[in-house]
Design a protein around this ligand. Structure first.
Ligand SMILES: [Mn+2]
Length: 342
């Protein structure tokens, strides 16, 4: 969480901003963080950081184009120093990934006070915006980043048809209507840029989740229809992936990403639905297998040991890792990993 002092400082900065430019990460936590702030402070413009690992010099042309007085970066794990230096505006960075040393930014990261804390950016954005009408949106952002917010009781009271009682995260995400709403936010970020932008524009004006979930307004109906089209593609791939379930502890699914990438969605859902298995979603890129690994127990140590003597790299969080393995070593890596998981 942010401290009261930080909340007050950021509120003051955003209230006085005439034309802030928001850069935010391409996932529901990043999106909800932006929406929460934009819906309260009204001014400015939001830019999705898509197709770039960090906020780098390529985004300076957006600064050039919009001439903002302040720059706000949300939920992005890295900003290049050169971007900060060349942008020549105050930069406010609210994030919850690993701490980074960067000069000339106002940096807000709860890990400064507690290295082990897990606090999605949208939870902090909601501290700043503090608009009870957006409680549902803050809930979506937190759940999407696999965090049960401390205000969930208030959400249940206000939206019992979306979540009728307190549950664990897998249940909320995959067995309750609120989980569908989270998926709507995930999937609306996929696909052609102009369609994504249109969806986000509409989301800035949605007042109640039922506009989407029950299609009570034309805007909500539009979003729901677009979600359903993407969801159909996902369901097909998900079904295909579940065919790979065997008695093995590994659930390996190889998949060619083209226009619609569902790697993260697949890995997350399979890990929740098969909590005893290690999920590997792999796709070939040039002479490498690129993998997303997930489990509901610690796997990063087994992964590190399995990589010994293998041409490749990998690592990440205890329960969520990434890896890139050279094709020639792929089979040997899988054997190693299976052995290490026993
Ligand atoms: Mn996040």
């Amino acid at each position: 969480m942010l401290t009261d002092k930080e909340v007050n400082f950021l509120r003051e900065e955003l209230e006085t901003a005439k034309n802030p430019l928001y850069f935010y990460d391409t996932d529901p936590d990043g999106l909800c963080s932006f929406l929460l702030l934009y819906r309260v402070f009204k001014e400015g413009k939001g830019i999705l950081i898509k197709g770039a690992p960090t906020l780098d010099d390529r985004f300076l042309r957006k600064v050039e184009e919009y001439q903002p007085d302040k720059i706000v970066v949300l939920d992005k794990h890295m900003i290049e120093q050169s971007f900060v230096n060349k942008a020549k505006r105050p930069v406010f960075w609210i994030d919850h990934h690993d701490l980074v040393d960067l000069e000339n930014v106002h940096y807000f990261n709860p890990k400064k006070r507690d290295p082990d804390i897990y606090m999605p950016t949208s939870r902090m954005a909601y501290q700043i915006s503090n608009d009870p009408e957006d409680l549902w949106m803050a809930t979506v952002g937190c759940l999407a980043d696999y965090h049960m917010p401390n205000f969930i009781d208030a959400f249940i009271e206000q939206y019992p048809h979306l979540l009728k009682e307190k549950t664990d995260l897998p249940t909320a995400l995959y067995k309750r209507p609120i989980g569908v709403l989270v998926r709507v936010f995930y999937f609306l970020l996929k696909g052609p840029t102009n369609e994504v932008r249109k969806s986000i524009n509409i989301l800035t004006r949605i007042k109640d989740p039922d506009e989407i979930m029950k299609q009570t307004t034309p805007q909500g109906k539009f979003l729901w229809k677009r979600f359903q089209q993407i969801n159909e593609k996902y369901k097909e791939i998900y079904k295909d992936a579940t065919k790979k379930v065997t008695s093995s502890k590994l659930l390996l699914y190889k998949y060619d990403t083209q226009r619609w990438s569902f790697t993260v969605d697949l890995a997350n859902e399979l890990a929740c639905r098969y909590p005893k298995k290690v999920i590997i979603i792999a796709r070939r890129k040039e002479d490498e297998m690129r993998c997303s690994l997930r489990a509901k127990f610690t796997i990063n140590k087994a992964l590190a040991r399995a990589l010994e003597g293998i041409e490749g790299r990998g690592g990440g969080h205890p329960e969520a890792c990434g890896a890139g393995i050279k094709i020639k070593d792929w089979d040997r890596f899988l054997e190693n990993f299976k052995r290490e998981l026993k």
